[in-house]
Design a protein around this ligand. Structure first.
Ligand SMILES: Cc1cc2nc3c(=O)[nH]c(=O)nc-3n(C[C@H](O)[C@H](O)[C@H](O)COP(=O)(O)OP(=O)(O)OC[C@H]3O[C@@H](n4cnc5c(N)ncnc54)[C@H](O)[C@@H]3O)c2cc1C
Length: 504
């Protein structure tokens, strides 16, 4: 019998570790709500987690089993569970951040020390990625720090097919599972930990407020709906429109890939079907209104984003300290400012730069932000406000539903010019021209900034140049720019040159 510990793999299909355990059967599935992990989560993520766990539990119930849900330290709960079911193995899929690896080592140690059956072993699998973070290296054997070269190898490697879901016969039935739970629950009470078969706490039970942001359908069913609508049409329009926030052509799968409500092999398999359609000319109708759109290279472009995810994951895997430290070393420390008022205005979406404010308000309203706009708001924080990227990262971590350590750190360090192949420090986004180029009709801006609804897009894009009187007559409720971009650009250049040890 195997005990399977779900973590960032909240699904029964395309789950490498679960499939391996099910091949030996019967499997006892469990999840542990760990306060040390929850401490780093914001309400939108906790809500998505609980919704996804409910669906995972139902997937087991449909198969005559159940999901054991523990709350407490996995190092306390897992050895007891393993002993109670007389497990041969405790199986899980690997996590790659420093925190995940430390925790896993601690749990493994406590299982080894638990004195269960002699043969009790821990087995771990690569599941969250198509290629594990150690498997793609330069010809000299080093980890990659430049995406383009990594991508060439990633793209050409063979990809595994999705794993099937376990059947009822592969799982411990609900009745016997309940006996195990009763047995362990009594024993755990003294340790301030709990377990139950399929009972989930509410978000407030876990000490979080109900998030104000909109929710989306959680779990594998939500993820699959998003994937199937994306593969139908948007994947072919992706290359042309992925930078246009109002077009909403991206997959919307980031929280699913982050929590593992869908497997990367299943997503990749969908791109294989899409590629076959594109190559056969069956996707031309999907792009008939777009000039020069190429469905084949569009599918490839989407695959390259899946590779970016794995690229950043291997960067974090090989450099766990970059979760809080710059990847790139400058001669001198970067002289970030301390400006709580500017930080607060950025968080509220009241900087007087329309595309920045729209992005920050989308984050509050939806717990999500379009990628292009994430780049713009991150550049604004680090270059226009000259505030430390870690302050922006902390805010994103709290508010994004799809927060994912590797991608979030990767995105922030890219914008701050401190990351692997980051934006060079001298290429500073101009928030006004970014808005003009990617949101010409101000459709995205006016969706999230009601004060600017009905205002001519040309005035929105030149808001920083209008005199106060004009601003007051055009949109009296919308703030004036809190900084002058041209001035701040010069200051940012000087700050980075000083960090490089150059005289300004
Ligand atoms: C400052 C900043 C912070 C970010 N924080 C996160 C985060 O916390 N979590 C997160 O998943 N992504 C993050 N990203 C990357 C990207 O913005 C999101 O993955 C994307 O917007 C999610 O939308 P989607 O699923 O529709 O993406 P799609 O365009 O459909 O892409 C498909 C998948 O590829 C991956 N992906 C796409 N773009 C990137 C990228 N630039 N880097 C790495 N992986 C990518 C994601 O897993 C995404 O779901 C961040 C980017 C920046 C600039």
């Amino acid at each position: 019998m195997d005990l399977f510990w779900h973590r960032r793999d909240l699904r029964v299909t395309d789950n490498v570790g679960l499939s391996a355990a099910a091949d030996r059967g019967p499997v006892v599935p469990c999840f542990v709500l760990d306060d040390a992990v929850l401490e780093h989560a914001g309400p939108p993520r906790v809500r998505y987690l609980l919704g996804s766990l409910a669906e995972l539990r139902d997937a087991y119930r449909e198969r005559g089993s159940d999901l054991i849900v523990g709350h407490g330290d996995p190092a306390e709960i897992l050895p007891r569970l393993a002993n109670a079911v007389d497990a041969d193995r405790v199986v899980w899929n690997r996590g790659y951040s420093g925190l995940a690896r430390e925790r896993d080592a601690r749990v493994e140690e406590s299982i080894a020390e638990s004195g269960g059956t002699e043969s009790l072993a821990v087995e771990t699998y690569h599941d969250a990625v198509l290629h594990d973070p150690d498997s793609i290296r330069t010809n000299k054997g080093d980890p990659y720090s430049v995406f383009t070269y990594y991508w060439k190898k990633w793209r050409d490697r063979e990809k595994a097919a999705p794993e099937p879901a376990p059947s009822a016969a592969d799982l411990l039935d609900a009745e016997r599972l309940q006996v195990v739970v009763d047995d362990v629950a009594a024993d755990l009470r003294a340790d301030d930990a709990t377990i139950a078969a399929g009972t989930l706490p509410t978000i407030t039970d876990l000490g979080f407020a109900e998030p104000a942001a909109e929710s989306i359908p959680a779990g594998t069913s939500g993820a699959r709906d998003r994937l199937s609508s994306f593969r139908e049409e948007d994947v072919f329009r992706y290359e042309t429109l992925r930078d246009v926030p109002a077009a909403s052509v991206t997959s919307g799968l980031s929280q699913d890939l982050s929590f593992g409500t869908i497997g990367p092999r299943e997503v990749y398999a969908a791109t294989e079907d899409a590629m076959a359609r594109a190559e056969a000319g069956d996707a031309d109708a999907a792009v008939s209104d777009l000039e020069d759109a190429d469905p084949v290279s569009s599918v490839t472009e989407f695959r390259s984003q899946l590779a970016w995810r794995e690229f950043y994951l291997q960067v974090l895997f090989h450099n766990p300290e970059t979760v809080s430290r710059n990847y790139k070393t400058y001669e001198n420390p970067i002289d970030w400012r301390e400006d709580p008022d500017a930080l607060a205005a950025w968080k509220r979406g009241e900087t007087g730069y329309p595309i920045v404010d729209a992005g920050m308000r989308q984050l509050r309203a939806e717990a999500f932000m379009h990628n292009r706009v994430r780049m713009i708001v991150a550049s604004f924080l680090t270059k226009d406000l000259l505030l430390d990227w870690r302050a922006g990262y902390a805010h994103f971590r709290e508010h994004l539903r799809d927060h994912d350590t590797a991608n979030d750190v990767g995105g922030w360090q890219w914008a701050a010019s401190t990351g692997t192949d980051a934006q060079p420090y001298f290429r500073i986004f101009n928030p006004m021209t970014q808005g003009e180029r990617y949101d010409p009709d101000a459709e995205y801006v006016t969706t999230y900034v009601p004060e600017l609804r009905g205002v001519d897009p040309d005035l929105i894009h030149s808001w920083h140049e209008l005199d106060p009187e004009r601003r007051g007559s055009v949109a009296p409720e919308y703030p004036a720019p809190i900084v002058d971009h041209a001035e701040r650009r010069e200051e940012a250049l000087a700050t980075f040159e000083a960090a490089r040890g150059e005289d300004s």
